[in-house]
Design a protein around this ligand. Structure first.
Ligand SMILES: [Zn+2]
Length: 403
């Protein structure tokens, strides 16, 4: 067989799409090293989970995304090691918990089985929970099986059983319990706090998360550096010298910046020192790194780096690299800059994104949500109707996603 990848221009509305044998990926991610790697592997995993066996209803997208994300991480564990995979998972689960803090534990968006009622925009059904809570449920099933390699065999046989068919969650669960009859005998579906019904229709965080301690070798240095930069005064230069970020992986740098965003607001002195220490690294071609640094710049009103926001938003016109920055600009004191850049670039934006940005910039003139309304502000990160504080808005990791 043959599997090709076509790289699409910066205005392509989503990060990637798993068209059979011809994966679409947005070109903007080509400089983002491991993010590109993960996207390619994820879309290939959809060849089995999503394309060969398809979710029968849009209300159960997790059957495609949760299983594809699990398969993607099994592949990266074998190919790039457990530490790398745990680090990537921590970045994503951080984003999930960040979103839960904004939405609250009772948000229906956090359910695996969502209800596609009239008036619900289908785009809201593609969110981080579809991917990461779905991944956690599949990881829990793997944990129940007792051995991830044993579970690999189960997944292979699941594909053979259901290939070229559409399935619902109950098909997967029934097949799982037939495959592991000892688990059915042990009534695993009813374990207190971990009931399958709670997994599927309960709100809130995943009832189980896999053990990610194998990522400590890569995550530990990030946590140590965050502690040094987390106080009101810049750290002693000698203390940060041993941390050579130029040798870090993209996911390490991204985790550092995500957690500094969580720490914001930062003092002007800390921002100045961060900029002086790392700006050449943060201002490279890696858009995943760059957008997080620019979100720090906006949320902390660090005027010396403002010109970089302008050039970034002129270059990047995809949803994932625009919406988080526009939301932060509007929530702070730089809305006029956002409006100016929008008018300069709007002709190059995809029509759906243009409408989304108009809703962010001019909310009072937006149409009330209805069945025909355009996509919500952030496809992979629906926000509550009330305006969140800058610190609670989307970070780049939650703003865009693969299909
Ligand atoms: Zn996917």
């Amino acid at each position: 067989g043959r599997c090709d990848i076509v790289f699409l221009p910066p205005c392509f509305p989503i990060v990637a799409m798993e068209n059979p044998c011809l994966t679409f990926i947005i070109a903007s991610i080509m400089e983002s090293s491991e993010f590109l790697l993960i996207d390619v592997i994820h879309e290939i995993a959809h060849g089995w989970f999503g394309n060969a066996v398809t979710n029968a209803t849009w209300e159960e997208m997790w059957l495609s995304e949760g299983l594809a994300t699990y398969a993607q991480r099994r592949i990266t564990t074998e190919a790039y090691g457990e530490a790398f995979t745990c680090l990537e998972t921590v970045v994503r689960l951080d984003a999930l918990h960040r979103q839960l803090r904004v939405l609250g534990d009772n948000s229906p968006v956090s359910k695996l089985q969502v209800k596609f009622d009239p008036g619900v925009n289908p785009s809201t059904l593609m969110n981080l929970f579809t991917y990461e809570k779905g991944f956690c449920f599949v990881s829990y099933l793997s944990e129940l099986s007792g051995d991830c390699r044993h579970f690999d065999h189960f997944l292979r046989d699941y594909i053979l059983e259901f290939k070229f068919k559409s399935v619902v969650a109950q098909d997967l669960i029934d097949y799982f319990l037939r495959y592991f009859p000892e688990l059915q005998d042990a009534a695993v579906t009813q374990r207190e706090g971990l009931e399958f019904e709670r997994w599927l229709s309960g709100c809130g965080p995943p009832p189980f998360e896999p053990d990610l301690s194998a990522g400590a070798t890569l995550i530990g240095p990030v946590q140590d550096l965050c502690k040094l930069w987390g106080s009101s005064a810049p750290p002693d230069r000698q203390a940060v010298t041993p941390f050579d970020l130029s040798t870090w992986s993209t996911f390490q740098v991204v985790l550092f910046l995500d957690r500094m965003l969580d720490h914001s607001p930062l003092s002007h002195e800390v921002m100045g020192s961060l900029s002086g220490s790392y700006s050449s690294l943060f201002d490279g071609l890696n858009a995943e790194v760059q957008i997080r640094w620019l979100q720090l710049v906006v949320r902390n009103t660090f005027y010396p780096d403002l010109p970089r926001i302008r050039s970034f938003l002129h270059k990047h016109t995809s949803r994932m690299y625009t919406v988080p920055l526009y939301e932060d600009l509007v929530a702070g004191v730089m809305k006029c800059i956002a409006v100016e850049i929008f008018y300069q670039t709007q002709q190059r934006l995809h029509p759906n994104l243009r409408r989304t940005l108009q809703q962010i910039l001019f909310p009072s003139s937006s149409v009330t949500a209805n069945q025909n309304s355009p996509a919500p502000p952030t496809v992979a990160h629906p926000l509550p109707s009330s305006s969140p504080t800058p610190a609670a808005t989307a970070t780049a990791s939650a703003a865009g996603t693969t299909a």
